[in-house]
Design a protein around this ligand. Structure first.
Ligand code: NSP
Length: 221
């Protein structure tokens, strides 16, 4: 039988394909993405990643499975030591200060994506919340793998691509896929459907996140 994650990956293909083809990704690859857009993305993603780490800890607290708990806590630490540490270097390169990070308003899509994951946990179940985390890991890994062969003429964008193609990142994705499959095995059919819906909604928010950056999205005044 097809693994649960293969099933949900197949269902998400139309959304993921739109991410692969999104102008933000194409312009990262071509080196033409305006730095103002990348800065906006990084500032919003700083908020997203810090909440994403927090979610790992809160889901771990609620998950019954001890191995899953350990993986999520290790994942939160890996995020700090890996992706978030790389981003600190990007902030320096682009002169993004602590003050700018503190005072930048969170854009609607970043806010809604994070709230969707908290809702999956607190109005749903820890199992659904696990499925909601997976597109973040997996989609970026697929993007990194697609873009690495061509690379980017811009050294900053090249480093961004390399982060998601690295062995460490790929290992964390494989573990998250395993955790999602193990989680799906323990739940009912209706809970698996809810996990699928949460995964697809996170995939839709991933797509919206690129557009949020291109539009430098703001709340209606
Ligand atoms: C919104 C978002 N999604 C995924 C990733 C990759 N961990 C990220 N940095 N930001």
């Amino acid at each position: 039988m097809m693994a649960f994650t293969d099933q949900i990956h197949e269902l998400a293909t139309p959304l993921w394909q739109q991410s692969f083809e999104h102008p933000f990704i194409q312009q990262i690859s071509g080196g033409t993405l305006p730095k103002s857009v990348f800065r906006f993305y990084l500032l919003q993603d700083r908020y997203y990643l810090s909440e994403f780490g927090e979610l790992h800890e809160q889901i771990a607290n609620q998950l019954a499975d001890a191995k899953g708990k350990r993986f999520l806590l290790a994942g939160a630490q890996g995020l700090k030591d890996g992706e978030m540490a790389v981003r600190e270097g990007f902030f320096k390169t682009l002169n993004i200060s602590a003050q700018e990070i503190k005072t930048t308003p969170i854009a609607p899509t970043a806010y809604n994506y994070v709230n969707h994951m908290y809702a999956a946990l607190y109005r749903g179940t820890p199992e659904r919340a696990v499925a909601g985390l997976l597109p973040c890991y997996w989609l970026y890994n697929e993007i990194g793998k697609q873009l690495i062969s061509q690379g980017s003429p811009d050294s900053l964008y090249q480093r961004w691509i390399e982060t998601y193609d690295s062995d460490d990142y790929t290992d964390s994705v494989d573990q998250m896929i395993e955790l999602t499959n193990q989680t799906a095995e323990r739940v009912s059919d209706s809970e698996r459907e809810a996990m699928t819906a949460t995964f697809l909604r996170s995939s839709a928010y991933e797509l919206d996140f690129w557009q949020m950056a291109l539009d430098q999205e703001k709340w209606e005044a």
